[in-house]
Design a protein around this ligand. Sequence first.
Ligand code: SAM
Length: 237
Amino acid sequence: MNQDDVKARFAATATKVAGLEERRRAALAERVRAFVPTTGTERAIDVAAGTGALAFALAPLVREVVAVDLVPELLAEGRARAAGFPNVSFVEGDATALPAADGEFDLAGTIRSLHHIADPERALAELVRVTRVGGTVVVVDQIAPGDADAAAAVDRFERARDVSHTRLLGDSELRVLFSENGLELEEVEIEDEQRDLAKYLDLADCDGAARERALALAPSRPSYTTQLAWYRLRRAH
Ligand SMILES: C[S@@+](CC[C@H](N)C(=O)[O-])C[C@H]1O[C@@H](n2cnc3c(N)ncnc32)[C@H](O)[C@@H]1O
């Protein structure tokens, strides 16, 4: 079951995930500030928060952020690094069955997570459910290349690196999902992300035969370029 894979992979690598989050923290805060307009009064939720990347970026911009993740080890790392963020709390929960009431949040976001979730449609529907009508939904994720063969090849590589990888969604697929869930697209930005293969495999503890297999399937070496898409949406109804 995918959630067992997620728990095993991220429990084993929680310290590495936290270290990466801290190295990216300042840049992500700046990026989020520019992309997500806020008033300072919002209650926000970071879904599949890991060690709290989006939660920490949003914290100075809003009243309160709840960071939800499936993996207790990640939440513990996040709590241990949250000293400067008194308005962030960490809660264990499943993105496809969020421990939150309908319309409870003004702002709901998820970053780098949908491709780890076996039922991303359900996760998106949950993000929308817990956001009030008129509120903001932010989705950031690696997207599939437009060409179907290239997309399948990237998924094969990503799964060889990390068994908890499910499938990358494409830009057009995501836009259909947004529209089906009553979301209006306000802003989209797609950026290239260059990944050093060795560091990327290290981050997932991908060693031995699995590493050899992943290297053989890598789209290019010694690094590869993927696309990270940022969507800001409004819950219209
Ligand atoms: C690549 S990490 C990203 C974490 C964080 N958002 C960040 O950007 O650093 C993917 C996250 O999705 C979480 N995840 C996967 N499936 C989940 C689910 N069903 N419910 C909650 N979290 C989930 C994992 O535990 C992991 O923290």
